[in-house]
Design a protein around this ligand. Structure first.
Ligand code: PEP
Length: 263
């Protein structure tokens, strides 16, 4: 595995945990992943919990990183209810998830908006995890790679300016929250294609960009996915709400990294 592509295991807590629950969960994850020295572990609580979680983790001396789930692309302005990248950084975020399929599907986010958000994340000194992935109908129509290529096409010129700073999450929409996980070889097929799309921009971008898989990752299927050469980590929804289960996924990544997984 390229040393630039340390495994990254990220938990997206969506709208599931408030401030107190998020702090307890973050501290439990930090404790349970303490031995994962070769793996980056990240949790993304809701906006209202970000500052408290970051504060509690730094008080505890934890290596856990913190991310946000969304942002507004403008740095400031009259956008009632929205949050800018600089505010996320001030609250202690290191990463921001951009273009999650729930944002694309439920909130109408377009490729163009996802690109603006990615740019804003980088401009604020934060790191984007840009989500891409096809719906079930698109998969059944044989459109997986063309959809992913279109979604990535909007952000690749931006990610190429700072190789290795951002990450991509391939999340087939039909696998998110459904318990229906992609077969490791099917996921690898798409990840390999994504690596090829990155390589068309630059070799450095392809070698240094972590491409995560997301969609019903659980402790019992994580190792098979993470073993694939182009799967550099996981974006985990449901299973990230249980500290022991999430830590088991991080430990699967750690085991492979320590064994010198090729990639
Ligand atoms: C997600 O929402 O990004 C996700 C992958 O969810 P789950 O793990 O629950 O499928």
């Amino acid at each position: 595995m390229d040393p630039l592509r340390r495994p990254l295991i990220a938990g997206n807590w969506k709208m599931h945990a408030g401030g107190a629950d998020s702090c307890d969960l973050a501290l439990a994850v930090a404790e349970a992943t303490r031995s994962c020295g070769a793996t980056d572990v990240l949790v993304a609580p809701p906006f209202t919990a970000l500052a408290a979680v970051s504060h509690r983790l730094s008080e505890a001396g934890a290596a856990l990183m913190v991310g946000a789930q969304n942002l507004h692309p403008e740095p400031k302005g009259a956008f009632t209810g929205e949050v800018a990248a600089g505010m996320l950084r001030e609250a202690g975020a290191d990463w921001v998830i951009v273009g999650h399929s729930e944002r694309r599907q439920l909130f109408g986010e377009t490729d163009e908006l996802v690109a603006r958000k990615t740019k804003a994340v980088l401009a604020a000194g934060l790191r984007p995890i840009v989500c891409v992935g096809e719906t079930l109908a698109q998969r059944e129509a044989g459109e997986t790679l063309s959809v992913v290529e279109r979604q990535l096409g909007a952000v690749l010129p931006i990610l190429a300016e700072r190789p290795g700073v951002g990450a991509i999450a391939y999340e087939p929409v039909w696998a998110i929250g459904t318990g229906r996980v992609a077969k490791p070889e099917d996921a690898q097929h798409v990840h390999g294609a994504i690596r090829g799309m990155l390589a068309e921009k630059s070799r450095e971008l392809a070698q240094s960009t972590r491409v995560l898989y997301g969609g019903s990752v659980k402790p019992d299927n994580a190792e098979g996915l993470l073993r694939q050469p182009d799967i550099d980590g996981a974006l985990v929804g449901g299973a990230s709400l249980d500290a022991a289960g999430f830590a088991a996924i991080a430990q699967a990544a750690e085991k492979l990294a320590s064994a010198g997984k090729p990639g």
